[in-house]
Design a protein around this ligand. Structure first.
Ligand SMILES: [Zn+2]
Ligand SMILES: [Zn+2]
Length: 86
């Protein structure tokens, strides 16, 4: 099972919002598969798109997807994990 996030491809010509794109201009990292964006991205890719609520839970550090399962933990990408980290 694929657990790596797949970065959204924003090479020239493929970007739908060229000129005003937070991915191209801000260097924002997003995943094409799960739709997660930076702080809202689980540690591993769940392999399917997350709904908005799930991404918010990941962002708040309430759930994470790791080693093939959803667990009650903070993603390494979640801002919450920075606070928990020693
Ligand atoms: Zn772009
Ligand atoms: Zn992903």
């Amino acid at each position: 099972m694929e657990t790596q996030h797949k970065a959204i491809d924003h090479s020239p010509g493929t970007c739908p919002n060229e000129g005003s794109c937070m991915f191209c201009e801000g260097g924002l990292f997003g995943c094409e598969i799960c739709g997660g964006l930076e702080g809202g991205m689980p540690t591993h890719c769940p392999g399917e798109s997350m709904d908005y609520d799930r991404e918010q839970e990941v962002y708040r550090g309430e759930v994470d997807f790791k080693d093939g399962a959803w667990i009650k933990s903070a993603s390494i990408y979640s801002p919450a994990s920075y606070r928990i980290a020693p």
